[in-house]
Design a protein. Structure first.
Length: 167
């Protein structure tokens, strides 16, 4: 007598758990897809800022003033950003020179720069400048993760839909 013939028969509970596996995979794929959407919503503002400052040129500047801002935690309006902790930002005022013309501008930065200040201005309109410009590589790398999560989620949902139901 072979070993396979001595194996006990499957019970109804075992059959039910195998039927639930495709359903569980669908939920996991849906959860991963939702996580991907959330991660993409986190990365999009950084990517937009990077795209908006594309073509800006660097120029040295002098810091003329600093104003510290503390925004309290709030849950006030649904269209505003949900903030559970106070947010600390510094608003800096700086002066820079382009082609002999002096400009003064202000920008909000996460931390006051230590050492020499470099600002970025738009060549066609030198009065338009920013004090902080995101680096391209971290933004692109951070965009890959949400896209991979979305692809996994969609692939999992599409694959689960094509499988026949186990009964």
């Amino acid at each position: 007598m072979s070993r396979a013939s001595r194996r006990p028969p499957r019970f109804a509970a075992e059959a039910a758990t195998t039927a639930e596996r495709p359903r569980r995979r669908e939920w996991i794929a849906l959860g991963v897809g939702v996580l991907g959407v959330c991660a993409l919503l986190y990365v999009l503002p950084q990517a937009a800022e990077l795209a908006n400052t594309r073509g800006y040129r660097a120029v040295p500047a002098t810091l003329t003033g600093v104003e510290r801002q503390i925004s309290p935690a709030h849950l006030a309006a649904p269209w505003k950003k949900l903030r559970l902790f106070p947010e600390r930002k510094q608003s800096i005022v700086y002066r820079y020179t382009v082609a002999g013309q002096s400009y003064e501008a202000a920008d909000t930065v996460p931390a006051v720069p230590k050492g020499p200040l470099t600002v970025y201005y738009y060549p066609q309109e030198p009065a338009r400048s920013v004090a902080h410009r995101p680096a391209a590589l971290p933004v692109i790398a951070a965009a890959v993760v949400p896209l991979a999560l979305l692809a996994y989620g969609f692939r999992g949902l599409r694959g689960a839909r094509g499988r026949p139901a186990v009964r």
